[in-house]
Write a new protein. Structure first.
Lengths: 218, 538
């Protein structure tokens, strides 16, 4: 134990010295999951939580995980479900991942529906949280039907988004109106344009195995 | 457009009967050519100089480079030969020292070995001599006479012939028996000692042969050493020392050892993240990977120190001057480090197994939730049933398999640091012979470059000569006229003379004065200069 601690200390000192020289870079990423809990999507939240879990299972030690929900007024700290950085050692990271599974499962089991769908506010909140992270790669994973519905008291449809350096992934986007595919695709295109206009990059995930690959690059 | 292209190319145009670079064929072209020849005649001296500068100076530069490269290439080869010979001499010197040491030890043991043999030989010889004396002391004639005399009184008493004969025989037999009694032990001694003496003689012979062999070996080594030290033909000496084959063998062994390094690397890379953590990159390499490489390097260094301290290799110069005690200490330290590395790797192999198992379980947990029903809020991940977990005999078999693979990993992890240490053995040969080989290749490359430069030099000079000849051929007519005119003027002035000996005869390109002494080529002069020290030495 003492030897391991000394080795760790030595490594930390060496890393600090190398960081000063600019030789050390980070490979960690920060991932922010956003769950839509509005009326149409709340039933899909347990499935979304499972997708989030399989994404977390493939995250590397040292990665950061955050989660919030889309409600009537999403640009708020109150909507944040959790924020956690995985430990840098694999064994501790595995334990932390299991705790995150538990947290998401608990959340999915007890989620309450919201009257409005403030997607833009949720994106702004997620981007704000990610901007404060030192990780080079930043992801926002949106579990939503992407149909925004802003309330009168909290209309964020006009706010300016800054998604520079953020990769937005829309996952598990359910079709609200199966009889109108054009509207669905137009909606996705519209969101893609908004994200790109805000400086971010956009991806759409249709199958569960694509999401971990997109986030973790495995 | 086509017309303009044709005009530019100088091809005849169909419209006006043709032209050459815009000059129509016929008189204008002839006048233009004559004018050009006259211009060339007038400008012959500067143009000659330009051509001279372009070709001859360039050729000379290449020639000098060629000479320089030849000289340095030869010097490099000589230096390399000298180094190889010196190394071979060192090797032989070491060998002689080892043989001398071995013979010294053998000589020390010899007294102990031959002492008893000689004592036994002495004893046996003494016994044999005693027995021989006893045998020579036997006087059978005297014994027979005594027997006869002893039998005489009985002859007088008994007159029968048969009885007489019987008495003679009995007396003689008794007397002979009495004489042979002391001889029998001597014969026994001879019988017993003779083979022993032969055996001892064989042993001594064998010892002598061994010594002779060692002496022959020393003599042979010394002869070769003497030859290396005295021989002037260093290339011959260098050629006797094999470089490539030992190098190839060493490279092969090192390549095998390196495959072990790769195996080792993959074994410890993942568990190193448990010690140093993940997420950082150093120079583009992941931190656990970097740490694993460092551990392997450290193991290799410990192996090199171990082998050098043990005297198997001579890679570290400090060990040459170190005392035996210090070397033993270094050997102990290196051995302890290797043992620690071995233990570290064994521990890491267990950690590796645990990490893989935990990762797999975590993934299984997430995937099983995706495949199964929606999670219940109260259920903990540990309590949640694992859909992918094997049950019953399958689980036992899987556990046994895991245990076996862990044992295999433990064995590998324990062995590989020591194998890495063994990889230091051929390293010495690789390092040393690579230097020799690079020197030889370098010298050959220099000589090849010298050859190319010399060839280019000759080519440039000849192309220059050719260009000047062509130039003179073009302006031949005005040159001829000039020569005639100058010849007439000179004949008038001096009253005749040989025109061909004029110093300003422009038809002749490079003619040396017959009055000037003929100098030997500069290259030969350089060679003579380079030979001077050798001649002085001789």
């Amino acid at each position: 134990m003492i030897g391991r601690s000394l080795f760790g200390l030595g490594t930390a000192l060496a890393l600090a010295a190398l960081s000063g020289c600019g030789l050390v870079t980070s490979t960690n990423r920060s991932v922010f999951f956003v769950f839509d809990v509005s009326g149409t999507y709340v039933k899909a939240v347990p499935d979304a939580a499972k997708l989030a879990n399989i994404t977390i299972a493939d995250l590397q030690p040292g990665d950061w995980v955050g989660a919030s929900q889309i409600s009537a007024c999403s640009f708020s700290e109150k909507e944040i479900i959790l924020q956690r950085q995985l430990p840098t050692t694999p064994s501790l990271a595995a334990t932390a991942k299991r705790e995150l599974f538990q947290a998401f499962n608990t959340y999915a089991a007890g989620v309450k529906t919201a009257k409005f769908t403030d997607i833009r506010g949720a994106l702004a909140q997620a981007a704000f949280e990610l901007k404060q992270r030192p990780e080079a790669e930043r992801f926002i994973v949106l579990f939503s039907d992407m149909v925004a519905d802003y309330g009168k008291s909290c209309d964020t449809s006009g706010i300016k988004l800054d998604l520079t350096g953020v990769h937005v992934i829309a996952a598990n986007v359910i079709k609200t109106n199966p009889g109108d595919p054009e509207k669905y695709f137009a909606l996705l295109k519209e969101w893609e344009a908004q994200v790109v206009a805000a400086g971010g990059t956009w991806s759409l995930v249709s199958s569960p195995d694509q999401l971990p690959k997109l986030v973790n690059g495995v | 457009m086509d017309q303009s292209i044709e005009q530019a190319a100088g091809s005849p145009s169909a419209a006006d009967g043709g032209s050459f670079f815009g000059i129509p064929y016929g008189w204008p072209l002839i006048v233009a050519i004559i004018a050009l020849i006259l211009v060339m005649w007038m400008a012959r001296e500067p143009l000659r100089r330009v051509v001279w500068q372009m070709f001859f100076i360039t050729g000379r530069v290449f020639g000098r480079w060629g000479l320089w490269l030849t000289e340095h290439g030869r010097n490099a080869r000589n230096t390399c030969n000298e180094k190889i010979a010196a190394f071979r001499a060192d090797e032989l010197q070491d060998r002689m020292l080892v043989l001398e040491d071995r013979m010294g030890r053998r000589a020390e043991k010899l007294a102990k070995e031959t002492g008893p043999v000689i004592a036994r030989l002495d004893k046996s010889t003494h016994q044999l001599a005693t027995a021989a004396t006893e045998l020579t002391d036997i006087n059978l004639e005297d014994a027979a006479e005594r027997a006869f005399r002893a039998a005489l009184p009985s002859m007088e008493s008994g007159r029968g012939l048969n009885k007489l004969e019987k008495n003679f025989a009995q007396s003689t037999a008794r007397a002979m028996n009495e004489r042979l009694v002391p001889v029998r032990p001597a014969l026994q001694i001879i019988k017993a000692e003779a083979p022993r003496v032969r055996e001892l003689a064989d042993k001594l012979n064998k010892t002598q042969n061994e010594f002779n062999q060692s002496v022959d070996e020393v003599n042979k080594t010394f002869t070769e050493f003497e030859m290396i030290m005295r021989s002037e033909d260093r290339s011959k000496i260098a050629a006797r020392a094999s470089i490539v084959i030992p190098w190839l063998i060493a490279v092969l062994i090192t390549a095998i050892a390196l495959s072990g390094v790769f195996l080792n690397f993959f074994l410890i890379e993942r568990p190193m993240s448990e010690i140093v953590g993940e997420g950082a990159r150093i120079g583009g390499i992941g931190l656990p990977t970097f740490a694993a490489i460092i551990v392997i390097f450290l193991e290799f260094v410990a192996g090199v120190v171990l082998m050098d301290a043990a005297g198997f290799t001579r890679l570290i110069p400090a060990f040459h001057t170190m005392s035996d005690r210090s070397r033993k200490i270094m050997f102990g330290v290196a051995f302890a480090f290797l043992a620690l590395f071995s233990v570290l790797e064994m521990t890491l192999s267990i950690v590796r197994e645990q990490i893989i198992e935990q990762d797999q379980q975590t993934r299984d947990l997430a995937n099983s939730a995706l495949l199964g029903p929606a999670p219940a809020p109260a259920a903990t991940p540990e309590a949640a049933p694992d859909a992918t977990a094997p049950t019953g005999e399958a689980a036992v078999a899987a556990e046994e398999g895991l245990a076996l693979s862990t044992v295999a990993q433990l064995i590998l992890a324990g062995i590989i640091p020591w194998l890495l240490a063994a990889a230091a053995l051929p390293l010495e040969t690789i390092v040393r012979n690579s230097v020799f080989m690079l020197s030889i290749v370098g010298s050959f490359l220099m000589l090849m470059a010298a050859f190319i430069c010399k060839t280019l030099a000759v080519a440039f000079k000849n192309v220059g000569l050719f260009a000047l000849t062509v130039y003179d051929a073009i302006i031949f007519a005005p040159l001829w006229v000039e020569r005639r005119v100058k010849g007439t003027v000179r004949n008038r002035g001096s009253g005749g003379g040989n025109a061909s000996s004029e110093p300003d005869d422009t038809l002749v390109l490079d003619r040396k004065s017959a009055n000037q002494p003929q100098k030997e080529p500069k290259r030969d002069r350089d060679r003579e200069k380079s030979r001077e020290p050798e001649l002085q030495k001789a």
